[in-house]
Write a protein that binds this ligand. Structure first.
Ligand code: USQ
Length: 383
């Protein structure tokens, strides 16, 4: 059993990861400064249901029989705070979610771009040095994104590409061309980690994750333990947004032609992937890159699935094409590999009508909380 420190433990994925690992017998600590809550407020949005703070959630977890989850509140971009967390907890593994996670937020204006760049890279650099100074055996598990690769016109490999040039061969990081400043900071993270793996001999897993959907990560109906579920334009991922739009009776917001294709996964599978990676660390001096998604779908296909699931429960879901606020290819080749996590033992939960109906029922139950004005604010990539 490992001592796992979760950076960004308050987020949509951070808190569920904490409960899941704790429930499986690992000793868990979470660290966060509630930056995302603050940014969500700043853009005039809120989650579908309010999430209690980390101390409250950790004590609810204990009340339902969970083990102690240690809570550190503070800014991980500040060296002293992260160093104190490490000295107090001495982790065997660190799951790094502590980044500004929204592509639209990073494209809002100069100040948002600066916050995204400085926070995301600052936390990653502090993490590298904390591991070197206080926990040199520890395994860094970094959440990257499939968006690092962009949408190239060739197959997407798992992190690396063999190149043959003028009769000689070498292996490089797969070429990256991100589509937002947020995604670009993830590219920078990967470069930074690869540099320090080569230089300090760290052991790192960099997970290229696609957009996540779902509201229920572990088997509890306690609303205080559910993930913070966002549906606004800035912090909601596309399928979670479509579900809330369908529950509210507003048309689904398909951007442009809707042929944009990504690799999606249920939050349940995110937790499974993290657990498998925690329990199977790579050797020192290795940067292991794994593509973390289950279903490859276009935005149009997602919308069609939500329409069909809605019909099953008597909803008449409308779909509308909006002028695309982003700069991205709207029809493109997309063939990413994802064998690494299956080899580690991932048992995927593909997207099904049953899952969509369950999500629609959840959103409908909280329909009165849906703020229609947060759904579409039109943050233009071009400024
Ligand atoms: N989209 C729509 N309508 C909407 C919202 C999105 O058509 O109302 C489209 C977008 O244009 C895009 C696709 O759906 O083509 C996915 O958008 P998204 O907002 O679900 O995903 P993205 O902005 O790429 O970011 C999300 C998470 C981020 C994570 C990333 C994985 O916010 O933290 O890294 O998914 S990935 O997309 O693979 O890079």
């Amino acid at each position: 059993m490992a001592r796992v420190l979760i950076l960004g433990g308050d987020g949509y994925l951070g808190w569920p990861t904490a409960m899941d690992l704790s429930g499986k017998g690992h000793q868990v600590a979470v660290a966060d400064n509630y930056l995302k809550r603050d940014l969500v407020r700043r853009v005039g949005a809120k989650p579908l249901i309010d999430a209690p703070d980390l101390h409250q959630r950790a004590s609810r977890w204990q009340q339902i029989g969970g083990a102690d989850i240690a809570v550190f509140e503070g800014d991980l971009a500040k060296w002293e705070f992260m160093a104190d967390c490490f000295k107090a907890f001495l982790p065997d593994a660190i799951v790094h979610y502590a980044e500004q996670p929204s592509a639209p937020f990073s494209m809002m204006d100069r100040a948002a771009a600066e916050l995204t760049l400085l926070n995301n890279l600052g936390v990653t650099l502090n993490l590298v040095y904390c591991v070197r100074e206080f926990a040199p055996e520890a395994h860094i598990i970094k959440l990257g994104t499939m968006g690092e690769y962009g949408t190239p016109n060739i197959d997407i490999e798992e992190g690396w590409l063999e190149v043959e040039h003028n009769g000689r061969k070498a292996k490089f990081l797969y070429p990256r061309q991100a589509g937002s400043l947020y995604h670009t900071t993830k590219v920078h993270d990967t470069d930074l980690l690869w540099f320090y793996v080569r230089t300090f001999g760290l052991r790192v897993t960099d997970l290229m994750q696609g957009p996540v959907y779902g509201y229920k990560a572990i088997d509890t109906n306690d609303p205080g333990l559910l993930p913070a579920f966002h549906y606004d334009e800035v912090f909601g991922t596309v399928l979670n947004r479509f579900i809330v739009q369908a529950a509210k009776g507003v048309p689904l917001t398909v951007y442009g032609a809707g042929g944009q294709t990504r690799g999606y996964l249920n939050i349940i599978d995110t937790l499974q992937c993290i657990r498998l990676v925690v329990e199977n660390p790579p050797p020192h001096g290795e940067l292991r890159i794994l593509n973390q998604f289950v279903d490859v779908l276009s935005v149009n296909e997602l919308a069609d699935l939500v329409v069909a699931a809605g019909r099953r429960i008597g909803f008449n879901v409308e779909v509308r094409s909006y002028p695309n606020p982003r700069k991205e290819m709207e029809t493109h080749y997309y063939n990413p590999k994802n064998t690494g996590l299956r080899e580690l033992g991932l048992e995927p939960h593909p997207l099904s009508e049953g899952v969509l109906v369950d999500m629609l029922e959840f959103a409908t139950e909280h329909r009165d909380n849906i703020d229609e004005s947060a759904i579409q604010k039109n943050i233009l990539w071009s400024g």
